[in-house]
Design a protein around this ligand. Sequence first.
Ligand SMILES: Cc1cc2nc3c(=O)[nH]c(=O)nc-3n(C[C@H](O)[C@H](O)[C@H](O)COP(=O)(O)OP(=O)(O)OC[C@H]3O[C@@H](n4cnc5c(N)ncnc54)[C@H](O)[C@@H]3O)c2cc1C
Length: 326
Amino acid sequence: MQILVVGAGLSGLTTAVTLLIRGHTVVVSAIDMPAVSASIIAGAIWHPFFQEPDAAYLRRAAETYSSLDKFVCDPKSGIMRRTLTEFFTTQLERLWWGSALPYARRIGATELNAPYQCAYQVPVLVADTPTYLAYLNEMFLDLGGRFQKEFVQDLGNPQMSGYDVTVNCSGFGASLLCRDRTMDIVRGVVIEVEKPAHFSGCFIDDSNQYRPTYVIERATDCILGGTAEPAQTGTHVDPSVVDDIMARCARLAPEIANARIKRCSVGFRPRRPTVRLGADDSVPRLFHNYGHGGSGFTLSWGCASELATLLEQVAERPQPSDETSL
Ligand SMILES: Cc1cc2nc3c(=O)[nH]c(=O)nc-3n(C[C@H](O)[C@H](O)[C@H](O)COP(=O)(O)OP(=O)(O)OC[C@H]3O[C@@H](n4cnc5c(N)ncnc54)[C@H](O)[C@@H]3O)c2cc1C
């Protein structure tokens, strides 16, 4: 099939590569090159931030984990294995998402400082996002994908624009393109610091939903976070926010306290009550894969492969005439 993918962030590029691997012809349309998408800011760690137990989420995250793990052996991919220690202020007998991982080691309250009641050590995957997006982009071009810089104004009827199918991976752009009122954005401040000598590991405490604390070790630096500020659109970072993030991270990983700050960034998580994945209800041959909130990296390959399977099943059925538009 000839497929148009709208969006060149983590979701759009992963979907495009998946469709190319399955033998389709793919063009990606996006306002900007991948290096300019919201995805570039992400930490990015494979982790279910603020996610309630959910079978579909777990299935997609598990598939993403095994897909990403294959990239670890290629240093150009920017994908790394890390040990995550996650701290909890309540007793937790098991991690609902632990079945996606090779192992999960529980640490009891006696080994921890207050206010923590338990912690889990698990093997996770981390992306150096600029490197990983460039790698995905190269894979996309090598597989024969074509990129066009374009502001898509109407998802309309894909057949009219010469494609068999359109896949909408426009992140927050979908709020306008689909008039999706359930979409919002959640602002996040992250700090990039130089990695202290001999430092290793990732650390998370997301017991405060507006001030998640995380230290993500990458190859030569660490990403520290953060904030989760619904409906905030400003890009200014107040120095008190930087101090607060540094102090919170140093409580989880004391070596971070004196790390040299390289840069502070602001990103926007494209959030929806649930990811929109599947065929559009009214426009034939239009599919969606957006609204991943703080989990776009964690769900990327699982969502892309589920979308590709759905698309192949639905698009091969005869379609009703398509006079409906969005
Ligand atoms: C601070 C921060 C930390 C994060 N940490 C993590 C983490 O640790 N783990 C994790 O899994 N996730 C994390 N995330 C979430 C993750 O970054 C997002 O879920 C993911 O980047 C969303 O990707 P996307 O491709 O759906 O959207 P985007 O990256 O926003 O891409 C949207 C694309 O659509 C294009 N577009 C939009 N409208 C149009 C239009 N009208 N016409 C043409 N093109 C259009 C844009 O140009 C862009 O290319 C974090 C996010 C932030 C902000």
